[in-house]
Design a protein around this ligand. Structure first.
Ligand code: NAD
Ligand code: DAU
Length: 358
């Protein structure tokens, strides 16, 4: 039985990945989820798997080398899938330090622990061990509105403290592959959306605000473009890269689904109107009048777009979920999980929201 060490599995993509993996492999794998449970980590996301015998949760900080080494000493880990990170660009602009600590130093701790546990000779590793570092397309910087794409060999040009910290962590992973022949892959992925996404990110924030009749904040002119990918397609891509990809390679995972932020907001409003029952009182809240243009994000990248050509050609992965379907599934999930949203948006979130959008 393969044993996975998943970091950040209580977050948005990590929890979707864990659900995907249990759906796909069921009893064939064991997953150990290591998460510090920051504001973004939520064990509610994993309620349906927590009683499985082949699932273990360990609360730990990836910067704590002693705790991470202990996990490797006590378990024969075959795969590491490294999601844990500070992930929100706006927070990185206000408080960069924790981004460098978790994203850079935490990744170094993970690399060192896996290397120490897996290395059996000089640059020789136990058979079949693999580390996958989950990263972002933001490391490549910003594109013009000219139809160009990010490729795996696009030079790094990060602009925000978040993307700079992710770029640094990618470089560390690359240096371990180049110097120590450390068995790893890097994936750089575009904007994800789907169930369990924290409502600091555009799509869940707009869904939640629209249903409550609150302003829908649009940064700048609303014409910045993101390339949206349904999170389950991302989870599938990660698994395919780890099992079928060439070691030491980077794979870009993208949605081929570019949309301006303002288009996303209109699609969400239209879809909410279409999906809400005639008699649902929230229907009266959903209105274009809520759209509010606010001050732009500092250093706001204009456009992201990934050409997922390499992963398609080598591995056969492609973004399966059409945006029209993915956004309906996402909205349906939020309809069915109102308590999840209420729990998350009470308490600290209120303070964050007031400070961020004052
Ligand atoms: P998230 O913020 O929803 O979740 C991050 C998780 O990491 C949380 O559970 C949090 O508790 C945990 N964590 C944070 N610091 C930790 C620490 N020091 N030790 C242990 N656990 C810690 O993030 P996400 O959106 O799920 O992103 C996951 C990964 O995917 C990140 O590495 C991010 O850079 C990358 N990524 C995200 C997107 C996206 O659109 N969300 C796109 C591309 C890549
Ligand atoms: O591209 C991948 C990246 O996508 C990931 O690496 C990051 O972890 C993830 O957070 C995401 O970053 P973005 O900054 O692109 O996502 P966000 O949802 O914060 O914003 C999407 C776009 O919407 C961006 O152009 C900013 C804009 N925006 C965002 C918010 C929260 C608004 O106009 N208003 C808002 O209130």
């Amino acid at each position: 039985m393969r044993t996975y060490l998943v970091t950040g599995g209580a977050g948005f993509i990590g929890s979707n990945y864990i659900h995907y993996m249990f759906r796909k492999y069921n009893e064939e794998i064991r997953i150990i989820n290591v998460d510090k449970l920051t504001y973004a980590g939520n064990l509610e996301n994993l309620k349906s798997v927590e009683d499985r015998e082949n699932y273990t949760f360990i609360k730990a900080d990836i910067c704590d080398a002693e705790a991470i080494n202990k996990i490797f000493e006590e378990n024969d880990i075959d795969r590491v899938v490294h999601f844990a990170a500070e992930s929100h660009v706006d927070r990185s602009i206000k408080n960069p330090d924790v981004f460098v600590k978790t994203n850079v130093l935490g990744t170094l701790v993970m690399l060192n622990a896996a290397k120490a546990s897996w290395e059996i000779g000089d640059n020789i590793y136990k058979e079949g061990k693999k580390f996958l570092h989950v990263s972002t397309d933001e490391v490549y910087g910003s594109l013009e509105d000219d139809g160009s794409f990010f490729y795996e060999d696009t030079p790094y040009d990060p602009h925000s403290p978040y993307s700079a910290s992710k770029a640094s962590s990618d470089m560390l992973v690359k240096s371990y592959m180049d110097t120590y022949k450390f068995p790893a892959n890097i994936t750089n992925t575009s904007n994800n959306y789907g169930p369990y996404q924290f409502p600091e990110k555009l799509i869940p924030l707009i869904i939640n605000n629209a249903l409550k009749g609150k302003n829908l904040p649009v940064y700048g002119d609303g014409k910045n473009v993101r390339d949206w990918l349904y999170v389950e397609d991302h989870a599938k891509g990660i698994d395919m890269v780890q099992e079928q990809g060439r070691l030491f390679e980077t794979y870009n995972i993208g949605g081929h689904n570019e949309k301006q932020n303002i288009q996303i907001i209109h699609i969400i409003l239209d879809t909410l109107n279409e999906m809400l029952d005639e008699n649902d009182p929230r229907r009266a809240n959903v209105s274009e009048k809520l759209i509010t243009y606010v001050e732009d994000r500092k250093g706001h990248d204009r456009r992201y777009a990934i050409a997922p050509d390499k992963i398609k050609k080598e591995i056969g992965w492609y973004p399966e979920t059409k945006f029209e379907d993915g956004i309906k599934k996402t909205i349906q999930w939020f309809f069915e999980n109102e308590d999840w949203m209420e729990n998350i948006t009470s308490g600290d979130y209120q303070k964050y929201y007031e400070e961020m959008y004052e």
